[in-house]
Design a protein around this ligand. Structure first.
Ligand SMILES: C[S@@+](CC[C@H](N)C(=O)[O-])C[C@H]1O[C@@H](n2cnc3c(N)ncnc32)[C@H](O)[C@@H]1O
Length: 437
């Protein structure tokens, strides 16, 4: 199996729906003999580049294909998309991208389409397209910036012309950040260990945060296996650190899987006190447990729990984190599927978020601190949620964060991270303190 053929197989599989990472993993696992590291990485790059640019690829292919792309034979469509993605967005030389696509067309039993694949790819690969070609902003966001109509409309309604900068930032993955496990190592020792493993490391904006350019998978190295760090973006670290936990406190993390923020909290608590890390999906509770085991966390327990339902028997907590499920519009750069969300069920999602916030607030002790956070930039799920909550809860107030990051925007209802301004994931963090009555 060649990497190009595997990528096309995964694209065909993806057309039947499914999460992109799971689809790709399934195809890689089915492959015998398995693809070697570099070949697997090349297949993955083709697959994700097509997903990321599909509306623009189809727009270009439609200009030169007699039949609309949507009506082409599925394997031919996938080969065209993969070939064009290589030529336009992966710096594969045009002759190689075209010749390999033609070979693949024949190998997949579609010989009669080989001439068409050759001709269409050669022309589509060099056709000049610019954002200014799209006069209508929503059309530009849909085709040039590759967002679904609902995502484009929602962002344009909330951010206007700034949406184009946002969309451009969705093309750049933020630099990887890691959180040093201070229970096991120090910043200096981890920097040396990661460098010895071949990665490029520099200090982050605050203690125990490092910025890393990984060579290969982080999980393959000893430092990771021995629990000396976990991968956690800066905005996500900011959310966990905003809770300002102290050793010995009683802390509740209501939506904890896969466990990144719980790890940071337990480390800040110096493995003392009590941390309950809840998660509604049983399969994801085990992810938290594994993370705790790897990092030597003993002060925390992972439990299956629905955060919308009160758990009076747990009593009250000094700190509560509500890192609620959300539309994920801040992490499009990492998860291309989110570009194409239909955003159905937004009302229901907002209702769940409000219930979790309410439940978290009920579990908070007087003078305690609660953090409400999301990885979206949708005002409805962020500032509006906090505003609605405050209307019914005069005993709470929003407090300014102790940490800062260049570009973050502090508003009356919380802190917003916009990727084109902060270079991080899009994120929202509101710190709420409960006053004594
Ligand atoms: C944004 S993620 C949490 C990320 C996590 N805090 C971290 O830093 O690794 C939201 C999580 O909430 C879970 N979730 C969704 N609905 C929930 C509910 N009603 N109760 C508890 N967890 C829920 C999701 O399955 C998902 O794992």
């Amino acid at each position: 199996m060649t990497p190009r053929r595997l990528a096309v197989k995964a694209l065909l599989h993806q057309e039947q729906a499914g999460y992109a990472n799971l689809v790709l993993d399934a195809e890689l696992k089915k492959c015998t003999p398995p693809l070697e590291g570099r070949d697997a990485a090349f297949a993955a790059r083709i697959f994700y580049t097509v997903l990321e640019y599909q509306p623009l690829l189809d727009f270009l292919l439609d200009r030169f294909s007699k039949k609309p792309v949507a009506r082409l034979d599925a394997p031919v469509r996938a080969i065209l998309r993969a070939g064009l993605a290589q030529a336009r967005f992966m710096e594969v030389p045009l002759p190689a991208a075209v010749n390999e696509s033609v070979k693949l067309t024949k190998a997949m039993g579609k010989t009669s389409a080989a001439g068409m694949v050759n001709a269409v790819l050669r022309r589509a690969a060099v056709y000049p397209v610019k954002e200014k070609d799209f006069a209508d902003p929503l059309e530009r966001l849909q085709i040039y910036d590759c967002l679904s109509r609902p995502v484009a409309a929602l962002l344009y309604q909330e951010y206007g012309e700034e949406t184009f900068d946002l969309a451009a930032a969705f093309r750049n993955r933020p630099v990887s950040a890691v959180r040093v496990n201070t229970l096991r190592t120090t910043d200096e020792a981890l920097i040396q260990a990661l460098q010895a493993e071949g990665h490029t490391v520099r200090p982050g904006p605050w203690p125990h945060a490092l910025l890393v350019e990984f060579q290969g998978s982080p999980a393959a190295g000893n430092s990771f296996a021995e629990g000396h760090y976990h991968v956690q973006g800066l905005a996500s670290q900011f959310a966990a650190l905003s809770l300002a936990v102290r050793p010995g406190q009683k802390v509740l993390d209501l939506c904890a899987a896969p466990g990144g923020k719980s790890l940071t909290l337990a480390e800040e608590m110096q493995n003392t006190g009590e941390l309950i890390s809840g998660e509604v999906l049983p399969g994801r509770v085990s992810l938290i447990q594994k993370a705790f085991e790897r990092c030597g966390i003993r002060c925390a327990r992972a439990v299956q729990n629905d955060a919308t339902v009160p758990r009076k028997e747990w009593g009250t907590f000094d700190r509560v984190l509500c890192d609620v499920p959300c539309s994920g519009l801040g992490v499009i750069a990492k998860k291309p599927d989110i570009r194409y969300k239909d955003l159905d069920g937004m009302e229901n999602l907002c209702a769940i978020q409000q219930k979790i916030l309410q439940n978290g607030a009920d579990s908070l002790a007087e003078n305690g601190r609660l953090v409400y956070s999301t990885c979206t930039i949708n005002v409805q799920e962020n500032q509006k949620q906090v505003e609605n909550f405050l209307c019914d809860h005069p005993e709470f107030r929003v407090v300014a964060p102790e940490l800062t990051l260049p570009g973050m925007e502090q508003g009356p209802f919380g802190t917003l991270f916009l990727p084109h301004k902060t270079g991080t994931d899009g994120f929202f963090v509101a710190i709420l303190e409960k006053l004594s009555t």
